[in-house]
Design a protein around this ligand. Sequence first.
Ligand code: ZN
Length: 190
Amino acid sequence: MKKQINKTRVAELTRQLLVELGEDPDREGLKGTPKRVAESLAFLTGGYRQTTKQVVNNAVFQSHTNHMIIVRDIEIYSMCEHHMLPFFGRCHVGYIAKDKVIGVSKIARIVDCFARRLQIQERLTEQIANSIMEEVGAEGVGVVMECRHLCMMMRGVEKQNSVMTTSAVLGSFRTEGATRQEFLSLIKTH
Ligand code: ZN
C-alpha cells in the first residue's frame, strides 16, 4: 500500500502547472486553488492508500443461499490514466454465494476502492470482479460497467453521447451460459 500523499508537494506542483498553463496563481480566484486541488486529488486517488481487506472489514457473513445476488446501478466516478480526466457511470454486480455473502454497502466500497485510482475501464471492471470473487469465495461473479469518458466527450473524437460498456465474468458466470444469461437479463435496464 502507498504511503500518505504529500499534499504540500502536490499543491506546489499545481501552482507550477497553473503558471505553465498561462495563469497567474496569485490572482484572487486562484489563491486557494493549489491547496484545493491537492485535497481533491488526495480524495480521488484514495484507493491507492486502501486495501479491499480494510474496506470489507470482515463484513462477510455465513449463508447457505445459492441464489444469484444482484446489486444494480452502483455509481462510478473514476479517472482515466491516459488523460487524468473523469469517467463516470454505473456498474452492476452479480454473484452466486457458496457459503458466504457480503454486505451491499461493502460492494459499493470495493467499487470505490478501485475507482479512486487512475484507471482504464476494462481493468477497473476486472479488479472489482476479482476482488468480490476473492473476498466472498463466490461460485461465480459478473460485473458490467457503463461509463462516459470526459476525455472522449471534451476533446479527441468529441463523441458526447457515447457510452462504453465493459464486462467481466468469473467462475460459473463464465462456464455456464445459462447463469450468464440470467445475470444479463436481471441487470437489463432498457
Ligand atoms: Zn482518457
